[in-house]
Ligand binder design. Structure first.
Ligand code: GRF
Length: 205
């Protein structure tokens, strides 16, 4: 986490249900004042601050993150609003076991300022994607997507809020599917084997 952590909150809330198949073992932030840390503490989840500025290189920072994750017995990593690029070595070490959420319908609008760019492009559907992380930015196999309409009069904030609501549904679903072994990766694609709640949140199939 680097910031406010509303997606973290969605995961914490989901994991609070005894029926949810995963537990949140550790929350790591590279920013000491991140509100995400407070959210974790309130939920009784251990936190660790690993300030990237204290490391001479990305490689050393990533190695510290990796050590913390493995020491906590973490099996799956969820990136949420984590604003640092990760080294290929780190990403490969968590191959198939690291998720990210991106506020667009990938592969459209990789990178930053997705809502502004969606408005500029005049797309009529926008949304979010939870995907497995590969070394290339915003590019891994897609696990879950949710679409929202772009409405007349939307500004970037209004559109972001509509997408964020879906992010909070998509991320816990994607984590659950991955933990339950329902996500099969074949090259650049993931297929999801799930009855009912599949990989498409909105509109429902
Ligand atoms: C979300 O929109 C996420 O998709 C993007 O950054 C935002 C983080 O929000 N990468 P939060 O910190 O989870 O509230």
């Amino acid at each position: 986490m680097s910031g406010r952590g509303s997606n973290l909150q969605a995961l914490l809330d989901a994991a609070a249900d005894p029926a949810f198949p995963a537990e949140i073992a550790l929350v790591i932030s590279n920013i000491s004042g991140a509100y995400a840390l407070e959210r974790a503490a309130k939920a009784g989840v251990p936190t660790e601050i690993i300030p990237h500025k204290q490391y001479a290189s990305r490689k050393e920072f990533d190695a510290a993150v990796d050590r913390a994750l493995r020491a906590a017995g973490v099996e799956i990593v969820c990136l949420a609003g984590f604003m640092r690029l990760l080294t290929t070595g780190f990403v490969e070490g968590w191959n198939g076991r690291m998720l990210n959420i991106h506020p667009s319908l990938l592969p459209s609008f990789k990178g930053l300022h997705t809502h502004e760019r969606a408005l500029e492009a005049g797309v009529k559907l926008h949304g979010c994607t939870v995907h497995l992380v590969t070394p290339e930015l915003d590019d891994g196999p897609i696990v879950v997507q949710a679409a929202v309409p772009v409405l007349a009069g939307d500004d970037a904030d209004a559109l972001a809020a509509r997408v964020l609501e879906q992010e909070h549904r998509a991320y816990p679903l994607a984590l659950r599917l991955l933990v339950e072994g329902k996500v099969a990766v074949d090259g650049a694609r993931a297929t999801v084997d799930a009855q009912g709640a599949g990989s498409l949140i909105s509109p429902l199939p």
